[in-house]
Design a protein around this ligand. Structure first.
Ligand SMILES: [Zn+2]
Length: 132
């Protein structure tokens, strides 16, 4: 699934007036708080209000984690979750803290059997940098 295409379709519907701000700017208060406090700021303005930079908030779901997902506060905490023996699903949501626009940016599996591929991908980079 191409998340970016789905997202751009929503933005385009909004710009044509087929969707209102109420339709697209419905981030949950918890999500907005996460965006303000621990969101990773992007170098891209919000496509809806164009007043604030977007942030990425990652939610991780998996066995032994809260049903509503957990929101790692640092990249290190996220990396730890991705190295779990049990499989997890990471949902990256783009959020605008100003107008509450939110959309799924991408989803990727980690942990469990996905640990190996993630480590392999990282090792390739580490070798290039000479600290593997
Ligand atoms: Zn916005």
């Amino acid at each position: 699934m191409e998340y970016r295409l789905a997202r751009n379709a929503v933005v385009s519907e909004y710009r044509k007036g087929r969707l209102s701000r109420l339709d697209v700017c419905d981030a949950h208060p918890e999500l907005l708080r996460a965006a303000r406090n621990i969101g990773i700021r992007l170098a891209e303005d919000c496509p809806i209000c164009e007043e604030e930079q977007l942030t990425h908030v990652t939610y991780v779901f998996g066995a032994g984690l809260p049903a509503q997902g957990t929101c790692p506060a640092t990249p290190a905490a996220l990396a730890r979750l991705c190295r779990r023996a049990q499989e997890v699903a990471c949902y990256v949501v783009e959020v605008c803290p100003a107008c509450a626009w939110n959309h799924l940016a991408r989803m990727y599996p980690a942990g469990g059997r996905h640990r190996t591929s993630a480590i392999g991908a990282r090792r390739g980079k580490a070798e290039q940098q000479g600290n593997g």
